[in-house]
Design a protein around this ligand. Structure first.
Ligand code: FYN
Ligand code: ADP
Ligand code: MG
Length: 579
């Protein structure tokens, strides 16, 4: 919408000329590219931009801290394949958003961080402006691309570049630096409209070469013990039917990484999630679909992968530099996953041989044994609840609600939930991702509710919840269908550590015992429930998910339950010096 005749900021006003300005050009550029939601925190110099964006039909969700707004934008990008948009003030607000931008880039989630900033001439002379910081320089190493806009007529191109950078190739975070004066710049409305760009095909298909496809098929044909590993890149691409067809045509067991759970149901006959150690150790050919051989897969080497050199890797990824990142890739297939799999399938004619029965029998026997053991564990009803009892209840609720979005973070709360709560549909589980970052919970819950409209169940360790807990006011303010379950075991990992000095301070990992988190939710008008048993937990969560009301369930977990750092305690250095 153009601005009626005002004094031009540059030159003289022309009688009757219709003007536009930086505020409206940015709004129009976002809307033109179907970016209709902004997650942010108001403040100088972007408060009015947020108001005008809302007035012009963009949904603007205000958070209490920019990191959680940024996490919401990143998750929105993951769920929609359009860049999520986060809006922050300059310097400290920008820095708060930067953690989320860097995390998005690490996760390969597309998002754009829009931050107000100080004028260049003041920053470059370091003259001590309000919230002065060279934000562009600081952002560049932490995201996929970073741009600054100085002139209103460049806003259209800047937004187009930011969108294309965020979603093309390997998706990631993009920073757009907006000096305060830009918003008030005016220009002729017609010229302004002509300066805007609707991005054409921002994430073009990228096909691998035929020789790469042939090479991959030949390596796969040689396999006696093949394995497919599905990563969150495979979930992100929304090529669900092609992925399912490839897995089922191949007959190969698959292992889903945590956010790839549900691409094919965890109950699928070829799912090997419950035989993880065996398949990683014994497989002779491993097909990586949108997954990286990083720390989550022990870098593709070491004792969990069997004898050195005992495996051949086929890797399908859009990022060429991902190949050979940790170990040699025998068959690199660089391209978008959908195109690559379609070409692979074309080469898997009906003469395609299924994996040897002996391998399948071995894998599925181990899987079934582990499933049986876990099923027994989760059937227990201990008081106070342990992780298995509480998660056994949530497992049943999620099984009955395949559309529900599951957000999960913590240490034990994350690791136990990953194997106990089965997923049956793609992109329904959002967790700590590649970094293993704490604090994604409430931002992810907001985005999951806003972008899908589905009920959200956020299963949070009490420590993890603390990183974003103030956002329950945001959830109540927008009346979002989010049920938060806090696994309250009085501390980080557990609540039993002691201060060895006997001093008054509690141990560094211990919280206030029996914290009444549910009263926080009641303070903001949400439902707050204190649950000490499986039945109370079940009832509270079922009611919350049936009602769609913002709810927080304080699930009391035995403070002795849990292990240090969950299943990654091995990453902790141990002091050998006893003082
Ligand atoms: C898995 N398992 C199961 C099932 N799923 N058994 C029965 N039923 C089901 N459904 C088995 C699986 O085969 C393994 O047994 C075991 O359970 C663990 O499986 P998991 O959790 O999938 O695998 P594992 O070994 O923990 O994977 C390593 C990891 C994972 C690093 C990928 O721990 C992870 O993603 N950690 C993230 C940690 C993190 O980011 N934390 C946040 C910061 S916490 P076996 O096959 O017999 O071994 C800060 O402190
Ligand atoms: P996980 O942690 O689940 O193993 P990662 O985040 O490590 O998953 O890996 C995701 C991979 O998916 C990244 O290497 C990324 O380049 C890749 N990827 C993202 N989009 C595509 C796409 N369209 N086609 C192929 N690979 C993709
Ligand atoms: Mg805890």
């Amino acid at each position: 919408m153009s601005v009626e005749l005002q004094e031009r900021t540059e030159g003289t006003a022309v009688e009757g000329e219709a003007l536009t300005d930086g505020f409206h050009l940015l709004i129009d550029a976002l809307k033109m590219n179907d970016l209709n939601t902004i997650y942010g925190v108001p403040g100088i110099p972007i408060t009015d931009f947020g108001r005008l964006a809302q007035a012009n039909g963009i949904r603007v969700l205000s958070f209490r801290h920019e990191q959680h707004a940024g996490n919401a934008a990143a998750v929105a990008g993951y769920l929609t394949k359009k860049p999520g948009v986060c809006l922050t003030v300059s310097a400290p607000g920008f820095l708060n958003g930067l953690t989320a931008l860097a995390n998005a880039t690490t996760n390969c989630f597309p998002m754009i961080l829009l931050s107000g900033s100080s004028e260049r001439e003041i920053v470059d002379l370091q003259q001590g402006d309000y919230e002065e910081m060279d934000q562009l320089a600081i952002a560049k190493p932490l995201c996929k691309a970073a741009f600054r806009v100085l002139h209103a007529e460049d806003i259209g191109i800047a937004v187009a570049r930011a969108i294309r950078a965020a979603v093309s190739g390997r998706p990631g975070g993009v920073y757009l630096d907006l000096p305060a004066a830009l918003f008030g710049q005016t220009m002729n409305a017609v010229a302004g409209a002509q300066s805007l760009v609707k991005v054409i095909d921002p994430a073009p298909r990228q096909l691998p070469g035929p020789e790469a496809v042939d090479r991959a098929l030949n390596v796969l044909k040689s396999a006696r013990k093949p394995l497919i590993i599905l990563g969150k890149g495979a979930a992100y691409v929304q090529e669900d039917e092609t992925i399912k067809k490839f897995v089922e045509t191949s007959g190969i067991p698959f292992l889903p990484m945590s956010m790839a759970k549900g691409l094919l149901p965890d109950s699928h006959p070829q799912c090997a999630a419950a035989a993880r150690s065996l398949v990683l150790k014994e497989a002779d050919v491993v097909v990586m679909l949108g997954a990286r051989l990083n720390w989550l897969l022990s870098h593709g080497k070491g004792k969990s992968w069997g004898e050195p050199g005992s495996k051949k890797f086929i890797q399908l990824d859009i990022e060429p530099q991902e190949m050979d990142s940790n170990v040699e890739i025998a068959a690199p297939l660089v391209g978008d996953l959908g195109s690559s799999l379609q070409l692979m399938l074309q080469g898997m004619d009906n003469s395609w041989k299924q994996p040897p029965v002996a391998w399948l029998d071995t894998v599925y026997a181990k899987r079934d044994a582990n499933v049986a053991k876990l099923t027994q564990r989760v059937g227990a009803d201990t008081t106070p609840m342990d992780f298995s009892t509480a998660l056994g209840a949530l497992r049943e609720i999620i099984a009955d609600r395949p559309d529900a979005m599951l957000v999960n973070e913590g240490a034990n709360t994350l690791d136990f939930a990953r194997s106990i709560i089965n997923m049956s549909e793609p992109r329904k589980r959002i967790d700590v991702g590649t970094w293993g970052i704490m604090g994604i919970g409430m931002g992810a819950a907001v985005a999951a509710a806003v972008e899908t409209g589905n009920q959200v169940l956020a299963v949070e360790g009490d420590s993890a919840f603390g990183f974003s807990g103030m956002e329950i006011e945001t959830i109540c303010r927008y009346n979002l269908p989010v049920c938060i379950v806090i696994f309250n075991n009085n501390g980080i990992y557990r609540g039993t550590d002691e201060n060895p000095t006997g001093g008054e301070d509690v141990a560094p990992t211990v919280f206030v015992k029996d914290s009444r988190y549910e009263l926080m939710m009641q303070a903001f008008g949400g439902e707050g429930i204190y649950a000490t048993s499986r039945d109370e937990l079940t009832k509270a969560v079922v009611n919350a998910m049936d009602s769609g009301k913002p709810t927080l369930v304080n699930a009391i977990i035995d403070e002795n339950a849990g292990t240090e750092s969950g299943r990654i305690g091995n990453l902790n250095p141990q002091s050998v010096v006893k003082k």
